[in-house]
Design a protein around this ligand. Structure first.
Ligand code: AMP
Length: 402
């Protein structure tokens, strides 16, 4: 393997107590190494990794290990004895959740850019501080490489004002930047480019609706290859039903919780972000596989969660016909979108009026990493396309390679 290594990008995605990493060839998408450090800051800090398709390996990190220790372990232990791989790095790509209105492109990280990411902390209070930890650690350890930030919000910066301005007092936007920013932009962008290839059209002439359905989820309207609307808003709480997030609700429910039930603001935040969605309705699980198992076992609450999830998703997709006009294809991606045949069948059925007819055989075949058309030859087109955010990050970072 070592002798044939092309230039690669080290892709880093930091959460507050985790650090996901991958070594990716930006030209082919090949992932030479993938891994995850977890429980950072805790006694049980650990790291796992896999070279290519080989078996997963695991090790304990020193108790309380932080992001710097995890990256040093990657450099000194995991890549020990693999000098060709180390030498193949041309850049480090950092995933950053919120770039606000400041960043609409992959951006070379300077001290100025770090300040910009800090400014966006109120838009992603859990994520951006963690990204900054990872960025600081990686810039120290890999100081000779260009470090590039790839923002989840960047792809949505092409939305027109009618899509991103809320019907609130305008000064909340003007003075406090309260607006729709969206999320999962790298995923929506990736499946847009892949869908254009599958349709045989230039991406700038491609009109699609993309549904990224994972633990979090969002739907985007793409016109001529550009995002014109998306379901997540100021924060990732708005939009479709998610694992533990409510998505759209009547804002007055917040007043009801506070005034009638005596919730404080923390309890409201916790309820909408962590106790709602699939978990809230089912009372059992936020995991879609668990919901499907419940449906099969005749669990009424799981069935209700499944029905609400599909119904609200189908309504969003239908509403984006207004944003896009003539739609070339609908795309499902993310863990649920890529794997759940029953969800896709239910959503396509509800979208019958838009010309969608599921092909049960094709729908059953498109899972576990397989992409493909899941509708019949006469139907409006719906595709399953496994997402690849690492590749988008690697390609964005590679542009800054020296
Ligand atoms: P992600 O956040 O993209 O990793 O997606 C996580 C979600 O995908 C979880 O709700 C999983 O239950 C769901 N998921 C993963 N595999 C399957 C599957 N085979 N069938 C249905 N849902 C799945």
């Amino acid at each position: 393997m070592e002798s044939t290594i092309n230039p690669t990008v080290l892709v880093v995605n930091c959460g507050s107590s985790s650090l996901k990493f991958a070594i990716v060839d930006p030209a082919t998408g090949e992932q030479y190494l993938t891994g995850l450090a977890e429980a950072l800051g805790l006694p049980e800090a650990q790291i796992s990794w896999r070279f290519g398709d080989s078996d997963k390996q695991k090790a304990n990190l020193p108790s309380g290990a932080n992001h710097t220790v995890a990256l040093a372990y990657l450099e000194e232990q995991i890549l020990e004895g693999k000098p060709e791989l180390m030498k193949s790095f041309i850049a480090v790509g950092h995933r950053v959740v919120a770039g606000g209105e400041l960043f609409s492109q992959p951006t070379l990280i300077t001290d100025e850019v770090v300040k910009g990411i800090e400014q966006c902390i109120p838009l992603a209070p859990l994520h951006n501080p963690a990204h900054l930890l990872g960025i600081a650690a990686a810039r120290r350890l890999f100081s000779e490489l260009p470090h590039v930030a790839i923002f989840d919000t960047a792809f949505h910066q092409t939305m027109p004002a009618k899509a991103y301005i809320y019907p609130l007092p305008y000064e909340l936007y003007k003075e406090h930047a309260v607006r729709r920013y969206g999320a999962h932009g790298t995923s929506h962008y990736y499946v847009t480019t892949e869908a254009a290839k599958m349709l045989g059209k230039p991406v700038e002439e491609t009109n699609i609706i993309t549904a990224h359905l994972g633990n979090g989820g969002s739907v985007s309207a793409i016109k001529n290859g550009q995002c014109v609307d998306t379901s997540m808003g100021l924060t990732p709480l708005e939009g479709i039903v998610m694992g533990t997030r409510s998505g759209d609700i009547d804002p007055s429910i917040v007043f009801f919780l506070a005034d009638t039930l005596g919730y404080n603001i923390e309890q409201v935040r916790d309820t909408l972000n962590k106790k709602s969605g699939l978990l809230g309705i089912s009372g059992k699980t936020s995991d879609f596989r668990g919901i499907l198992e419940g449906v099969d076992a005749g669990d009424e609450q799981c069935k209700l969660a499944f029905d609400i999830y599909c119904y609200r998703l189908a309504k969003y997709i239908a509403s984006y016909y207004v944003a896009v006009g003539k739609v070339d294809a609908l795309v499902f991606t993310g863990g649920i979108g890529e794997n759940s045949m029953p969800m896709r069948a239910a959503v396509l059925k509800m979208l019958e009026g838009f010309g969608y007819v599921e092909s049960p055989e094709a729908n059953a075949a498109a899972r576990f990493g397989n992409s493909g058309l899941i509708t019949t030859a006469e139907s409006a087109k719906a595709f399953v396309i496994p997402t690849n955010e690492e590749l988008v990050i690697a390609q964005g970072a590679a542009k800054f390679a020296k």
